[in-house]
Design a protein around this ligand. Structure first.
Ligand code: UD1
Length: 426
């Protein structure tokens, strides 16, 4: 299994190109199931999860052509065509490896009237149920049955528009129901819908495919169903989690870096905090410049929240930054239970962190010290890389496959701005 070795202490200077967003690319790829014409997606990051989604789509008879990008950060292109959908079952072995596989439920039932998808099962960052996906599809007329670990959604005569009221904000459930509603007969209204930029991106692609959608980016999305969608070409939006992670890499290591191919509005909740932490942040027109020279970062407290609040997917990285800051910060996780698994690993690097319920109390220390560490999920792994950039000596991050699920060529991007980081293959 590959490891990443980081020798801390180097400041970062230069440019980091930001890739297309994993969390947009995955549902966009699934949208190919909604039409028999080709869907061309550009700026697609080459990530393990994306390759995995392509394999899942192939199992439904989707033809998949991939053209890689040429330079660091330049995404690849997928041509996906679901001329005929073959089968309607997503097996446990596939779904348990990647929760986003569950996105096929809505599009499949909308297109072919039947879908059988394994329940995702437990997950390292909490129970993560799928009840909202199911009640949402029920509101569109699907009969839902759960048996032997599978969800069976049945709508032989097609889906019908309806009102879906989400009791809590769910990104995945909003996406699943949004895709299904495009082919339902009549009007669907999604109330308390998620407002994440990835949903807007998916909605814009669906509109390019002929869907009738209004209210994207608000908590009330209205969809007027159409009998058929057609092919389209769409560029995946920049990855705001990658953007935020590298912005914090500069804040923790010091230096001056332009993050190119991204925009401040995707991460404004973080950039506002970074200014309080003591970094300078500016828009360059082609990206975002982050500068931190001189004094230690300052502690700032934060609660995670649905967009436009502070993203849960940046919580672990922010905690690494706060571990080296002057003062004490309180970091409250409101989206997922059990998303503090990075805490014991950061403590191994010398951080002073105590967890009380949903809140981590981080008292910054002047120096972290390198050590071997291990993480159990994607965002947690990236927090350990950030901590390693600031730590004295060598940090070895094990289980790099977590990082490969969500960060395209992470060590190359960081090395290009001066970090002492390398992958050790075994
Ligand atoms: C997506 C992102 C993930 C991010 C998360 C929150 C993708 C592929 N993944 O995950 O990186 O961390 O949004 O921003 O886009 N919930 C229910 N019932 C449901 C669905 C969700 O109770 O049916 C709960 C979850 O357990 C969680 C909360 O709702 O507590 C939000 O989860 P959700 O927004 O659905 O996350 P995902 O779509 O799985």
């Amino acid at each position: 299994m590959d490891k990443i070795s980081i020798k801390g202490g180097a400041r970062l200077y230069g440019q980091i190109p930001i890739s297309g967003a994993k969390n947009a690319a995955l549902p966009l790829m699934v949208a190919s199931l909604l039409t028999d014409e080709p869907l061309i997606l550009t700026n697609v990051p080459k990530l393990a999860d994306v390759v995995f989604m392509a394999e899942l789509l192939k199992s439904f008879g989707v033809s998949v052509e991939w053209t890689p990008g040429e330079t660091l950060g330049e995404g690849g292109t997928y041509r996906l065509q679901a001329n005929r959908v073959r089968g309607s079952t997503a097996e446990y072995d596939i779904v348990r490896k990647m929760r986003a596989s569950f996105f096929v439920l809505g599009p499949l039932v909308a297109r072919v009237g039947l879908a059988k998808v394994s329940l995702p099962g437990g997950c390292a960052i909490g129970a993560r149920p799928v009840d909202l996906h199911l009640t949402g599809l029920q509101a569109l007329g699907a009969a839902i049955d759960v048996a032997q670990g599978y969800v069976i959604a049945d709508a032989p005569a097609g889906l019908a528009g309806g009102e879906v009221v989400f009791p809590i904000v769910s990104v995945g459930a909003t996406e699943n129901v949004l895709m299904a509603a495009c082919l339902a007969q009549g009007r669907s209204v999604l109330v308390n819908a998620a407002r994440e930029p990835e949903i807007v991106d998916l909605g814009n692609c669906l509109i390019a495919m002929g869907a009738k959608i209004s209210g994207l980016g608000t908590s009330r999305i209205v969809v007027d169903g159409v009998p058929k969608l057609h092919g389209a070409s769409h560029s995946v939006l920049p990855d705001r989690i990658e953007t935020g992670t590298y912005a914090m890499a500069v804040a923790i290591a010091g230096g001056e870096v332009e993050l190119t191919g991204t925009t401040p509005d995707l991460v404004s909740s973080l950039l506002d905090l970074l200014v309080l932490v003591g970094a300078e942040v500016s828009s360059t027109g082609t990206g975002i410049k982050v500068v931190r020279n001189g004094s230690r970062p300052k502690s700032v407290s934060v609660d995670t929240a649905p967009f436009p609040g502070f993203p849960t997917d940046l919580q672990a990285q922010f905690m690494a930054l706060m571990a080296t800051a002057e003062g004490t910060s309180r970091i409250r996780e409101t989206i997922f239970e059990n998303r503090f698994m990075h805490v014991p690993e950061l403590v191994r690097l010398g951080a002073d962190i105590k967890v009380e319920g949903d809140t981590a109390i981080v008292t910054g220390v002047p120096h972290l010290t390198g050590a071997p560490v291990m993480a159990t999920d994607l965002r947690a792994s990236s927090s350990l890389v950030l901590a390693g950039l600031a730590a004295e000596g060598e940090t070895i991050v094990n289980r790099v496959y977590h990082l490969d699920r969500g960060f395209e060529r992470l060590e190359e991007k960081l090395r290009a701005v001066g970090a002492n980081i390398e992958r050790q293959s075994e």
